[in-house]
Design a binder for this molecule. Sequence first.
Ligand code: DQA
Length: 148
Amino acid sequence: MNNKIIIINGPNLNLLGEREQSLYGDLTLSQVETNCRKIASELNMEIDFKQSNIEGELVELIQNSRNHYNGIIINAAAFTHTSVAIRDALSILKFPSIEIHISNIYKREEFRQKSLISSVVTGGIFGVGVECYNLALRAIKQILENGN
Ligand code: DQA
């Protein structure tokens, strides 16, 4: 089946619900995961949901995803703006990849307005709160089924 997706979360997203609620809302990462699981089951997709604060662990998750999944959704958090290693790992993937951000990074500090990964992923969703996770699942399903 062409329906196995990995959702990867970068640094500090383990503190969702506690950190900067005015930017990121009040749901915890585990509540976001629960919502993703509901949408995934509606869409008949299987998901794995991961978080790490460590750049190398994120690189390994991305590398290892290449033989086990059909798509990837990634909120690389602060590493979006700094990590050539994460960009390079994403470049290796041959399946659809969606970059997500809870906040609108283009409306924030200048250092956040540059994403090192946007030009190597299939597409992106940002600035719509944690709904970006659900929308990304729907988008990736669409891409896997229709190729766009
Ligand atoms: C974020 C935006 C990043 O700039 C920030 O470092 C994060 C979260 C977002 O989801 O809006 O940790 O990726």
